[in-house]
Write a protein that binds this ligand. Structure first.
Ligand code: SDX
Length: 396
């Protein structure tokens, strides 16, 4: 989909052609996830995401992504127990979060607090499998606690401590909403985490691999990836989709909104994908989860607007291979689960930590520091000009 650069120079000195955004350029070999963008299929370590979303749990899928195989019941119980033991976060991190501005975006709070974990576990023994296992457990366990904590801290409240009697997803919703969730809501949230856990070399996972390739600690790797996921073209789109649906307001206005957006070359949030030329298979499942929630807890009136927009977009954008992606229906699910809108992307991050850590481990297994080339388009050699002889710069 990317455009060849304008102008006659489009390869570097060794003749390698420039590809904006590395579109279509393989930069690593990976056994973690496979996507068929034409068929609309997604597999984690060979397992179709539909099967995992139906039969697995997020922690079992996390184990699969990171260590390559589904765990035995004993291995899963041990992993779940370890994660449960490490859910709590040091009072130092909580006190640090109390100094964050209440109006700050939760993704910035998460990036800062994730990076701060490196201060507590700074031993960078990344060649020691025990250190790697402990880092995986800590990050999978503590990221949800930090996301939920900031939601309360920014309101001047004390964060809610994790409950050891609740499973992973139920515990997160409890820490967030201060109420024990309905079992169906917890199960649907856990399935959302499975769907968002991994997606090959998306921008934030690429960030994770580049950061990992310098052999820094896994907390810096995750902090780097969180910062990348926050952008509206990546994980930040789920927040914007709801705002777009509310702006459209009614199903009848969907076509008019689309025509105006397309005419003004505005991107439709929640649509399009670098890999998929059909509806994102995750969007298909998320739409089903939304309908399951609505049947039980009442419908979100924005759902009809979303369906109308998808229908109208099929005619206008479908021929260009632009269909709903993972972010299109996820916001409607999260809103029905009581998750505040500006926490939609942090929830995406809670899940994607599994994928980032899987790629971190894989990168360490066959590491070469990322250092691509460039095509220099700047000024040729210039002579020094003393300050008093210089014309004003066009810069600032
Ligand atoms: C995620 O990579 C991943 O796997 C990401 C992700 C994951 O799990 O990690 O799947 C999660 O990031 C999902 C995407 C969330 N972002 C959005 O919903 C924002 C809106 N989508 C677009 O910004 C866009 O579709 C991207 C960024 C997702 C993909 O962009 P590409 O592949 O770089 O495509 P492009 O911007 O080069 O567009 C190519 C053409 C252009 O038209 P022309 O100039 O060729 O005529 O398609 C058009 C674009 O204008 N186009 C869109 C569009 N997306 C692409 N037109 C309208 N609305 C859109 N959403």
């Amino acid at each position: 989909m990317g455009q060849e650069p304008v102008g006659e120079i489009h390869h570097d000195r060794s003749g390698i052609v420039f590809r904006p955004g590395l579109e279509g350029v393989p930069v690593t070999q990976s056994a973690i996830c496979d996507i068929d963008g034409l068929q609309g299929s997604l597999t984690y370590r060979g397992y179709p995401v539909e099967d995992l979303a139906a039969h697995s749990t997020f922690l079992e899928t996390t184990y699969l992504l990171i260590w390559g195989d589904l765990p035995s019941p004993r291995q899963l119980r041990d992993f779940e127990a370890e994660v449960q033991m490490h859910r709590r976060v040091s009072f130092r991190v909580r006190d640090m979060m109390k100094c964050f501005p209440a109006t700050g975006h939760p993704m910035d709070a998460l990036q800062s607090s994730a990076a701060s974990l490196g201060l507590f576990y700074s031993r960078r023994a990344i060649d020691n499998p025990k250190y790697v296992y402990e880092a995986v457990v800590r990050l999978i366990a503590k990221i949800p606690t930090m996301v939920a904590a900031f939601k309360l801290i920014r309101k001047g409240q004390d964060p809610i401590q994790p409950r050891d009697d609740l499973a992973y997803s139920a515990n997160f919703l409890y820490m967030l909403t201060e109420r024990e969730p309905d079992p169906l809501a917890a199960r649907i949230f856990d399935r959302c985490l499975i769907l968002h856990a991994e997606h090959s070399l998306n921008a934030s996972t690429f960030s994770a691999r580049v950061t990992a390739s310098t052999l820094t600690d896994p907390y810096a790797v995750v902090a780097s990836a969180v910062g990348t996921l926050a952008g509206p073209l990546h994980g930040g789109a789920n927040e914007d989709v709801l705002a777009m649906l509310e702006e459209i307001g009614s199903p009848e206005r969907a076509g008019e909104y689309l025509d105006e957006a397309i005419a003004s070359k505005r991107k439709i949030m929640g649509f399009g994908h670098r890999e998929y030329r059909v509806k994102d298979p995750r969007a298909v499942i998320l739409q089903g989860l939304a309908e399951e929630l609505f049947a039980r807890f009442g419908k979100d009136e924005m759902y009809d607007v979303a369906r109308a927009l998808e229908h109208e977009a099929a005619e206008r954008l479908g021929p260009k291979g632009i269909y709903p992606n993972v972010d299109f229906y996820s916001g409607l699910v999260y809103r029905k689960l009581g998750i505040p809108r500006d926490l939609f992307t942090p929830v995406f991050a809670i899940s994607r930590v599994a994928g980032w850590l899987a790629h971190w481990r894989e990168q360490l297994g066959a590491n070469r520091i990322f250092r691509p080339s460039q095509i220099y388009t700047g000024a040729q050699a210039r002579n020094w000009i003393p300050g008093e002889d210089r014309p004003p710069s066009a810069g600032a």
